[in-house]
Design a protein around this ligand. Structure first.
Ligand code: TXA
Ligand code: MG
Length: 347
């Protein structure tokens, strides 16, 4: 090397090449041989955010993997740790409503109505972004998703961070979202600075409803525990976004592989007769004829939503080949659950 440039002497170039490749992969491996601290203290976890680190923390939906939104280097660590495609924007989380103005260039009337009616909630409102937010956080979009979670531990952690925190779900990209700290550990141990351990599984188990408020009609981009009917009570013109063939998706996350266990996911009705000889599992509301290696009968649609991602992970640990999931009515949390099941079955 001379002044950072390689001399173009052929034998050197040949010998350099494999060395360069192995050095890069060694560096990648070493940078992920991090010590991941486990803590139950929101204050201790917040210290890592203040120092430019990454922290997984529980919310009422799923665990998020957080970093200071205004620190582009810290945000980049999230994309690397999760192996997340860099065209998929992150949601910014606030511990108090006043902090939304640090993130958004403007809060229009519809957005204000949703914030007043629902926050703190499992709801993300997409707004025009402020110039202070680095483009890496929004994957180059001029908009930003903002959410104030309602779980006590998330709020305590976010307040202690003293800055809004961007946080996608704390799983490796494509895998089911984590609903307990053990699932975060399984995917991200050694790749992040800290896990804030919640005591139990997250309350809802599916990710937040995402609503785009940047145009005149609010559009639901992702279904969640806050339903279309509830949103329409606040702004009656609210509609569900439908992906059009020739347009890029409004929510870039829609085009990526999602929520997938290694096992094949098959959707069935409760009357289905399962005949596969492979190792198999079943989750649903009603028991089903047939022999399964793992079964979860849920007491309600809410219980099904709460349990499904953890069940997918259990199936992978037991090398189940096929997971049969009972379809349920698309109302209430059933809409969000069926959305996730259909995506998991597609990939
Ligand atoms: O419940 C949740 O929302 C969890 C917890 C941690 O808060 N977070 C979460 O983040 O699910 P993530 O990154 O896994 O999913 C965020 C979704 C993606 O589909 C992304 O494309 C979409 O929200 N999104 C984020 N910012 C957006 C924006 N500015 N415009 C459109 N879609 C956006
Ligand atoms: Mg996710």
């Amino acid at each position: 090397m001379v002044n950072g440039k390689c001399k173009t002497v052929l034998p050197f170039t040949i010998y350099h090449l494999p060395f360069t490749i192995s050095f890069a992969s060694l560096r990648e491996t070493l940078s992920f041989a991090m010590k991941t601290i486990l803590t139950t203290s929101p204050l201790e976890a917040a210290e890592f955010i203040k120092r430019g680190g990454t922290v997984a923390f529980p919310t009422e939906t799923v665990y998020g993997l957080g970093a200071n939104v205004f620190d582009a280097r810290a945000v980049a660590k999230i994309f690397r740790a999760k192996m997340r495609p860099n065209d998929n924007p992150l949601i910014a989380h606030v511990g108090k409503i006043e902090d939304i103005k640090l993130l958004a260039a403007e809060i229009n009337e519809n957005a204000r109505k949703f914030i007043d009616a629902f926050f703190p909630a499992p709801l993300t409102v997409v707004l025009p972004k402020s110039s202070e937010v680095p483009l890496i956080a929004t994957a180059n979009l001029q908009t930003i998703g903002v959410r104030m979670p309602r779980s006590d531990s998330a709020l305590e952690f976010l307040k202690a961070c003293k800055t809004p925190v961007v946080a996608p779900s704390a799983n490796l990209s494509g895998k089911p979202s984590p609903t307990n700290w053990q699932a975060v550990f399984e995917d991200l141990n050694g790749r992040i600075d800290c896990i804030l351990q919640g005591e139990t599984m997250t309350e809802i188990g599916l990710e937040s409803t995402v609503i785009d408020c940047t145009e005149s009609l609010p559009l639901v981009l992702r279904s969640g525990a806050v339903t279309l009917e509830q949103l329409q009570k606040t702004v009656p013109e609210t509609r569900v976004y439908r992906l059009k063939k020739d347009e890029p998706p409004k929510s870039p996350g829609l085009k990526h592989r999602h929520y997938s266990p290694r096992a094949e996911v098959v959707l069935i009705s409760s009357k289905f007769k399962v005949q596969s000889s492979k190792s198999k599992a079943f989750i649903g509301l009603n028991s089903l004829e047939g022999k399964f290696d793992l079964i979860k009968i849920c007491s309600s649609a809410e219980d099904y939503a709460h349990s499904v991602f953890d069940f997918f992970r259990q199936c992978d640990r037991q090398n189940i080949e096929t997971i049969f999931c009972e379809t349920i009515e698309e109302k209430g949390i059933g809409t969000a659950l069926m959305d996730r099941l259909k995506r998991a079955a597609k990939s």
